[in-house]
Design a protein around this ligand. Structure first.
Ligand code: SF4
Length: 234
């Protein structure tokens, strides 16, 4: 190869989107217990990606907005393998902002891992591998990110996908009930209501669900009860 040609080849590698897909900016990878969703209680490896384009006012992972290091998919998978788990949760930040996340999830599924994705609901999940369990947020009026939900994400009317609302107020509760009813979410999907920490109590939300005879599930973040003072890595 001539010197000029090898330079072109090197430049192509630097800008080639496929090559870039092999690296993902990762905030943290840790081994813990799943504290949310129908997988609650399972030993899990969490892969937390860096970066989020939203700013929910209850966000408890603000440290993931910018912090992180780029890792290859092979490096991430090697780390996951070291924990000897069956289940991997890909979370953020917003994992779908990085193209490499799609490939990572596919490769984890190919390796036989049970994989779930926690996503903000704003980005269309159409390119996510169908073997991945999607936990899709629907942002409420008082979240600070109202009206960001991508309605295409209502496509996944299967009993595998779960929809999650973080409830910040009575207004949010009533709005969520209306949304669930209007879109008939409970016909096929698991629907989770989680109280926004410090804004409403678990008890208040539990009593609302009982009083209104709602069919959703109350979700408490188990890891926050087990490790109340830990802000990361649980
Ligand atoms: S979508 Fe998630 S990570 Fe992003 S700001 Fe909202 S709670 Fe935080």
């Amino acid at each position: 190869m001539t010197k000029a040609l090898s330079l072109v080849f090197l430049q192509a590698l630097v800008v080639c989107p496929i090559a870039n897909m092999d690296k993902i900016k990762i905030n943290e990878i840790f081994h813990s217990i799943q504290g949310e969703t129908s997988y609650t209680g399972q030993r899990t490896v969490f892969v937390r990606t860096s970066g989020c384009h939203l700013r929910c006012n209850y966000c408890d992972t603000t440290y993931a907005y910018y912090e992180g290091n780029k890792k290859t998919i092979d490096e991430i998978i090697d780390r996951v393998n070291s924990y000897q788990v069956e289940y991997v949760c890909v979370s953020g930040g917003e994992p779908l902002l990085q193209k490499g996340t799609y490939k990572l999830m596919k490769e984890l599924c190919d390796l036989g891992y049970k994989v779930s994705l926690e996503t903000s609901g704003d980005i269309d999940c159409k390119d996510v591998d169908l073997r991945v369990k999607k936990i899709i947020d629907i942002k409420t009026p008082d979240s600070g990110e109202a009206d960001t939900f991508n309605l295409n994400n209502l496509e996944y009317r299967d009993n595998f996908t779960e929809y999650k609302f973080v409830i910040c107020s009575e207004k949010d509760f009533l709005w969520a009930e209306d949304f669930v009813d209007k879109h008939k979410l409970l016909e096929k999907n698991n629907v989770l209501y989680s109280p926004s920490y410090g804004k409403i109590s678990e008890r208040w939300l539990a009593e609302q669900i009982v009083e209104k005879k709602s069919k959703v599930r109350l979700q408490l973040q188990l890891h926050k009860y087990i490790w109340p003072s830990a802000e990361r890595g649980v």
